[in-house]
Design a protein around this ligand. Structure first.
Ligand code: BG6
Length: 489
């Protein structure tokens, strides 16, 4: 892969959690693997009063923590910190942007950088409108030179409803061009997720089966063991549907369900994603009641910054259909929740069984042949099928043929943020959500949110922490109900 051209990265919200836990460790990995531009600088901007040195010391801790047992060369760290700078600044005050502008100019001169700047909004969502607005007011949203550019990376959540997502899109598009806006979904940065496209479109053996003639159902799940931890304030206003399904799980589903693009370029790929979202069958009220299961773990209402009478869902299981030629009649399922027994994310393609059973022990239904794409942990792809048990007779045993990413031992498995930051620096938006896709996904989610609002606590089901969600999920009739495939046939 090419190294990006020289540029400057400005991170708003630089003293925050995301910057420390994800962004700077990812940038350091890119530095170590020599993938950063030859001339490059990172300017962290936030309210906390750090000097450059104090900020670097703080980030040193985060990077070492993120690297865990990996050996870290302190010279590498010192060299990396030579391109890391900090500006204490109040992003809610337009007058302060002059300070930022001056610092950017200074860094561009000092580090010999062209007029190419990425702004990363690693801030609370209420700043997504304000920061771009103030950048515009201060003439910082457009490059001063012809070969310069500006890009902006916006973190999720991108809106809280169709209306707010549309408003935010319109607002950003008045300030930046669509092609300059990078809406991040960190699931798309995960290696196994990108591999879905390669698995499907570089092999002749899967695609002929990848349709309603051979596929019985598709399950997409993301389970977490943690609860809301210290994010109660955000989470209580969001819930699992907004937090996980509208973005991460829908993107996974799009990769699993889309048609092959004509060429492997950002726009054709994103066109196919939008088509999938637009083909999802909207729910009737009755279907919403029967096919969308909303759960909350016991004890959630006692969490910090959570309303004591909160109806926010920490679990969602849902069944839906994609009304197009390929998927007509095939149920798709989403499962996601907090405080479940295991942390894992998977896509399971359940194939139809044989039309007639010949062997003892042969499993029936759709649980026999499946392709399990395990996104995390232990990234792997497993094909499960039946084989003869050794010995007398013909008894079938379910076995798995597995490819594990860690068997590619020399390959460094990049963190999602490494890949996504690098792509934004290269100007490749394939793995970023486009505005029309985002709005189409909200169009599907919005009616559910409205319905739940009207329903209040009706049909909100509770589950004990450590259980696989509320028992009502069983009514959905999926094969594994989102349980990770360690336990599948
Ligand atoms: C985030 C959600 O987008 O994704 C969190 O806001 C969730 O609530 C996280 O825990 C899960 O990401 P991952 O990569 O750990 O599966």
């Amino acid at each position: 892969m090419n190294r990006p051209n020289d540029q400057l990265l400005v991170i708003f919200g630089a003293s925050g959690d995301l910057t420390g836990r994800k962004l700077l460790p990812a940038l350091f990995e890119l530095y170590v693997s020599k993938m950063l531009p030859e001339h490059f600088a990172i300017l962290g901007a936030a309210r906390t009063a750090f000097t450059d040195e104090e900020f670097r010391a703080e980030q040193r801790k985060h990077i070492l923590e993120a690297r865990g047992n990996k050996e870290t060369n302190s010279e590498d760290l010192d060299n990396f910190f030579r391109i890391l700078f900090y500006l204490a600044f109040d992003s809610t005050n337009t007058a302060e942007y002059v300070k930022l502008k001056d610092r950017i100019h200074l860094l561009q001169q000092q580090e010999n950088l062209p007029d190419k700047v990425i702004y990363y909004l690693a801030t609370p969502p209420l700043m997504y409108e304000l920061i771009p607005k103030y950048l515009q007011e201060n003439g910082m949203n457009v490059a001063a030179s012809e070969d310069g550019w500006r890009r902006v990376i916006v973190e999720k959540p991108f809106g809280t409803s169709l209306e707010t997502a549309q408003n935010l899109n319109q607002h950003l598009c008045r300030i930046f061009d669509e092609k300059e806006i990078y809406r991040i979904d960190h699931y798309l940065g995960k290696e196994t997720v990108q591999n879905i496209l390669v698995l499907r479109f570089s092999n002749g053996i899967f695609e002929p089966l990848w349709n309603r003639n051979y596929v019985d159902s598709i399950e997409i799940s993301a389970s977490e063991t943690l609860g809301v931890e210290n994010r109660g304030k955000y989470y209580d206003g969001a819930g699992a549907l907004r937090d996980m399904i509208q973005n991460h799980l829908m993107q996974l589903m799009a990769f699993a369900a889309m048609e092959s693009p004509s060429v492997f370029d950002p726009e054709p790929i994103r066109d196919e994603i939008v088509k999938v979202f637009r083909s999802i069958r909207p729910y009737t009220i009755r279907e919403m009641n029967e096919w969308v299961v909303r759960g909350q773990y016991d004890g959630y209402r006692e969490e910090k910054n959570v309303a004591p009478d909160s109806n926010t869902e920490t679990y969602v299981g849902m069944k839906f259909f994609i009304d197009n030629w390929r998927w007509s009649g095939v149920p798709f399922y989403f499962f996601t929740g907090k405080k479940l027994p295991e942390k894992s994310s998977e896509i399971v393609i359940h194939f139809k069984s044989t039309p007639h059973q010949l062997f003892a022990g042969q499993c029936s239904g759709s649980s026999c042949n499946k392709l399990v794409i395990r996104i995390q942990p232990d990234e792997s792809i497993t094909l499960r099928f039946g084989l003869k048990m050794p010995g007398a007779g013909f008894t079938v045993k379910q076995v798995g043929m597995e490819f594990r990413y860690d068997s590619l031992s020399k390959t460094h498995l990049p963190d999602a943020y490494e890949r996504l930051l690098l792509d934004a620096m290269l100007g490749d938006s394939t793995l970023y959500a486009r505005s029309d896709a985002l709005e189409a996904s909200w169009r599907f989610i919005d009616p559910i949110l409205h319905h739940w609002k009207e329903e209040g606590s009706k049909r909100l089901y509770f589950y004990e922490p450590g259980q696989n969600g509320p028992i009502e999920r069983m009514n959905l009739g999926a094969d594994s109900m989102g349980a990770p495939c360690d336990s599948c046939g």
